[in-house]
Design a protein around this ligand. Sequence first.
Ligand SMILES: Cc1ncc(COP(=O)(O)O)c(C=O)c1O
Length: 480
Amino acid sequence: MKLSLSRGSRDSLSEQIFQQITSRIHSNMLTSGEKLPSVRQLSADTGVSLLTVHKAYKRLEAAGVVQSIHGKGVFVKAVLNESPAMSSYDWQLSIPTYLTRSSFHSRPKTKYRFDYSALNSGLLPTIYLADQLKQMLEAESSILGTYGDVQGDFLTREAFSAYFQNELGLSGSPDNIIMTTGLHQGIELIAKTLLGPGDVIITEAPTYPGALDIFINRGAKVIPIAMDEEGIRTDLLAQVARAYHPKAIYVNPTFQNPTGRSMSMERRQELLYQAQLHGMFIIEDDSWSELYFDEKPPPKPIKSLDDEGRVLFLKGFSKALAPGIRVGAILAEGSFKQSLLSAKSSSDLGTPLLTQRAVLPFLTSTRMLEHFEKLRLALELRRDKTVAVLANSFDSSISWSVPEGGLNIWLTFPENVSTLDLYEYCLQHDVSFLPGHACYPYEPPYNHLRLTYSILNEHDLEEGLKTFVALTNAFLKQKI
Ligand SMILES: Cc1ncc(COP(=O)(O)O)c(C=O)c1O
């Protein structure tokens, strides 16, 4: 097992081992009953003393996430007390691997899924897209026999460029656009190009867990900066930048995942100013800025303020259009764009032509804008329903801010409430959500959770919310 440990960190080495193994267990990369490397083995893999590893294992045991069986070893705590068996795959543990955390590794599927930040497929134009795809393949089956351009299909890049210009106020020529397989790949390509072990990147706290997975798995050090109602606290940025010399800051400024908050225009300007001052890139994740409510469009992207290639703008249409297609794009300029192209080439030689062309008819017709119009209304109703149920069911000890767009609402509980325990309790009753600790890199608070109101159909949303609040109230009562 390979862990990314830093001797310069404020956390002790045994604390870092404890956190990283806990993180793997929480994200199911280490599963129930799996054997941990021996103290001797992990000490050899990580180059830290036997005593330090021993101390970390004792903490894991005290925290109840592993159990030590005399003569056999240390195992991830088995569910339902099944006794851990030796597996014929145990030899694999003697070869170090690098991944530390994964938020999407395996999540139990429940009847009432509030954990999955995506749209109900009934809200998506799947029939139209399927129809277009069929017509396209009949007319041009050669698409299947062609490797696309590494940078992306020119027609699709042209369509993205026009969309950026007309709808987001961004001037990006097709030459500065790289097509990606989902927005997530855009983050990965940037991280692969920019970040190596020990490099520093800033994120909002909390942030999109998938981005944390990418940065941490590259061995980078993530410095989370707190948010307020206007977005990331730029007043804290200068001090962090001076102390850690970050290479980039990753933000999801519009209807942020997980909080649903949007960064004000003043904050966007200040962030860009700080990035210029301290010589770092801004990675701007725009997953769903079209999905605003109450007819109140959000401020323009930070990228619209940038004229020196400082902001790496990422757009994805998986959420609002077709997660089964996962087309996204990076808008970047200068020599960094060239480096990103190399990264794209070494990653997959280019996004499949088929999926890029599949969204093209939609993107270039008025259907796209009409679709967003309908989606805004449908999601606004869901947001309203969710907020109404929460407001009628919880007292003032539980708080949230009403999202002005997007898919998620972020709940804050009193500090002594563990949403991880609540999650386990809800899972037993077929309800799931995202426990908030996944949205922080190292020392997470455990008293937040994210509910996604867009994935269930209307009927299940209503029933699911009722079930969730009843379970939560019952759970809180048990604690008193
Ligand atoms: C903020 C954010 N960025 C990026 C992604 C990944 O999106 P895609 O499916 O386009 O790769 C997600 C998915 O949940 C997300 O929430």
